[in-house]
Design a binder for this molecule. Structure first.
Ligand SMILES: *Cc1c(COP(=O)(O)O)cnc(C)c1O
Length: 417
């Protein structure tokens, strides 16, 4: 299947690697996220190999999918990690990630998170404001550490993506304005417990064209040249993440072409290149399995009410995102146009609008391209336990996160007495 090299119909059954997805749904129940280990490894290798001989580090953006086994698989391949919280730091360390390959992004790092990252000895703090730089210097002094720092500079580039996932325009909350960057770099060099090591940007997510990446990298390189003249030498240039994937009609650049274009843009300059891919690493390595509970035929619309909902996969409700929805077992019959919706009490709770499907109660469906920003954005809204997660490796199937129980959900609450 195009975009999903490890998913295919065989004898009308949808398979992932060497396992029929309906067998996974029977065994582990639904809703259930299923990932292909081979797809994950292939994506990592595509990024890694495209750099060829150039000094580089791939820092997987943990927030796209933070399951420990996803992190462990990538760590084993030599991947670094881009984290945005103390929780993600703990996950990466638990999964066996190398702290010297961790970069820490985010506009609101707490003192406690900063302290823990300093103690872990991470590669770099991607600093997003002058105040954060000051706080970092202070905490590093208290901990008797030197904090390695990259400034996240906002290049003011239009990523041409959904406004909620566009981060590199000057009106966005992210990064330091380009006009302030040189002054803050020079100031950073004067701070006793800061060591300037890098320069970074991240302009948005689900980009389907190369131009904005190149425009941003050119602005970063021009800044890098100006910094050299000011006596500021950075060791690495981190160009962020954001490469898009195909959900339906999109035609994003291939991983190889994207990396090659970044390398060409950097040209003969010498800094080590970092990138922070999230979605392109895991997005098409995972599907969400769901079962049809009810079919409801209203006067103007047909509803397929399934057991997965916006709390399991938030992207349709949040961004009006489109995920293909296909049957686990192909059957012959007259298709109808369905609104595929979940049980949550919100009209925004849908997984897909106007889908042509032939459906009967209890049928199993796969919501495609659900590996990124699926499970990691899930919630317990409506007191719904979060889905199980399964990793397929060839013909073996591993439960990598048990379905949550309602008792677990209630465990932290106490009644007044
Ligand atoms: C979310 C994020 C990424 C990853 O973005 P993708 O679109 O998933 O590749 C990388 N860097 C930073 C700073 C981010 O916030």
């Amino acid at each position: 299947m195009s975009g999903f090299p490890y998913l295919d119909y065989q004898h009308d059954q949808l398979w992932i690697e060497s396992v029929a997805l309906s067998a996974i749904a029977q065994k582990f129940g639904t809703p259930c996220y299923v990932y292909s280990k081979a797809a994950l490894i292939a994506a990592y290798r595509a990024f890694d190999q495209a750099f060829a001989e150039r000094d580089h580090l791939i820092c997987y953006a943990v927030k796209a999918n933070s399951n420990l086994v996803i992190l462990q698989t990538l760590a084993t391949l030599g991947s670094g990690f881009d984290i945005v919280s103390g929780g993600e730091l703990q996950r990466v360390l638990k999964a066996g990630g190398d702290s010297q390959k961790i970069v820490f992004s985010g506009v609101g790092k707490s003192s406690d998170e900063i302290r823990r990252a300093l103690q872990a000895g991470i590669l770099c703090f991607n600093v997003e404001s002058e105040m954060e730089l000051m706080r970092l210097n202070q905490i590093a002094a208290q901990c008797q550490r030197i904090a390695p720092v990259s400034l996240r500079v906002n290049p003011d580039v239009d990523a041409k993506t959904h406004p909620y996932i566009s981060t590199g325009l000057k009106e966005n909350k992210f990064g330091i304005p380009m006009a302030d960057a040189e002054r803050i770099y020079v100031a950073a060099q004067q701070l006793s417990h800061i060591r300037v090591t890098g320069l970074d940007c991240h302009i948005g997510s689900q980009l389907t064209e190369l131009d904005p990446f190149i425009e941003a990298s050119q602005k970063m390189l021009a800044l890098l040249d100006r910094l050299v003249q000011l006596g500021v030498h950075v060791e690495h240039l981190d160009l962020g993440g954001g490469l898009g994937i195909r959900y339906t009609q999109e035609n994003p650049p291939a991983i190889h072409d994207y990396v090659q274009a970044l390398c060409a843009s950097v040209g003969q300059r010498s800094p080590r290149i970092l990138i922070e891919p999230g979605r392109a690493m895991v997005g098409n390595a995972g599907v969400l399995l769901t079962r049809v509970e009810y079919l409801k035929h209203a006067p103007h619309r047909n509803f397929a009410i399934v057991d997965a909902a916006m709390n399991d996969l938030m992207r349709p409700a949040l961004y009006d995102a489109h995920h293909a929805i296909i049957p686990l077992v192909k059957k012959m019959g007259q298709t109808q146009t369905y609104q595929v919706v979940g049980p949550v009490c919100e009209t925004g709770d849908f997984l897909g609008h106007d889908r042509a499907l032939y459906l009967e109660a209890d049928d199993l469906l796969a919501v495609m391209s659900a590996g990124a920003y699926g499970m990691s954005m899930s919630s317990n809204y409506n007191t719904r336990p979060r889905a199980a997660e399964v990793m397929v490796d060839g013909d073996s199937v591993h439960l990598i996160r048990a379905r949550e129980s309602i008792d677990q959900l209630l465990a932290g609450e106490t009644l007044l007495n």
